[in-house]
Design a protein around this ligand. Structure first.
Ligand SMILES: Cc1cc2nc3c(=O)[nH]c(=O)nc-3n(C[C@H](O)[C@H](O)[C@H](O)COP(=O)(O)O)c2cc1C
Length: 218
């Protein structure tokens, strides 16, 4: 019996729609953080909102490791340096020079850091929706990451996604349960600067492309 049948949903007025558009436009990938701590419970509150994301079969396969130990953070920073040096070696000339100047992680300063995993061993959802596309489990985790990103930004808190890491190495450093595979490393904190354009656009790495270029009609 659905006891909530008569509850009407909230209206999302024009004013909210404008604010939501601003949230999307001002959500940035942040790498430059103030070291100041976040208000107590803010990470937990943001995680609770992230868990409202959709997931295949309602499997909720997102798993979060709060990386708090100084030793683990140092090990991950060292590992990032190795991966970033290796990535740099793929570029040559001007592009290599530019890559070397980019700041690609806030792991040095961000007060809160989360490693996000997908639990491929979960029985939640009873397999619904993922038989033909097992990767939908990972997509569900990415939905939660984006929800988290927006929820944080709505509070003025910045999030930066670091992927210049070897997944197996992160799983080993953080000693996560078997079946969890690494999806994202998130640096979270107060942004040092505010921008409405991506850092990679500002630093001449990659322009934004108009969406019309990416749409086909069939
Ligand atoms: C899957 C994924 C991985 C990313 N990995 C990194 C990363 O390792 N380092 C980094 O500086 N930015 C990373 N980013 C952020 C992107 O560079 C950023 O989203 C993009 O440049 C657009 O900028 P914006 O997020 O501010 O709009 C990642 C973003 C996504 C979605």
């Amino acid at each position: 019996m659905d006891t909530q049948l008569n509850i009407s949903p909230p209206g999302f007025e024009l004013e909210f729609q404008g604010s939501f558009e601003n949230l999307l436009k001002w959500r940035r990938d942040v790498r430059r953080f103030k070291p100041d701590p976040l208000p107590e419970n803010s990470v937990d509150e943001i995680l609770a909102l992230a868990a409202l994301a959709p997931s295949v079969g309602n499997s909720q396969p997102w798993r979060f490791a709060k990386v708090q130990s100084g030793d683990k953070r140092q090990a991950l920073r060292d590992h990032f340096q190795i991966c970033n040096k290796d990535a740099l070696s793929d570029y040559h000339g001007e592009k290599a020079k530019l890559y070397a100047e980019l700041k690609l992680s806030g792991m040095d300063v961000s007060p809160a850091q989360l490693a996000v995993f997908c639990d491929h061993s979960t029985t939640l959802g009873h397999g619904l929706g993922k038989k033909t596309m097992p990767e939908t489990l990972d997509y569900s985790v990415v939905m939660a990451v984006h929800t988290l990103w927006l929820a944080a930004r709505a509070r003025g808190i910045g999030v930066g996604w670091v992927s210049i890491l070897n997944p197996r190495e992160v799983e080993s450093i953080l000693n996560v349960p078997k079946g969890w595979t690494f999806v994202a490393y998130l640096c979270i904190g107060w942004p040092e600067e505010e921008h409405d354009d991506p850092e990679l656009v500002r630093h001449g790495w990659q322009e934004r492309v108009d969406i019309s270029k990416f749409i086909v009609e069939r």
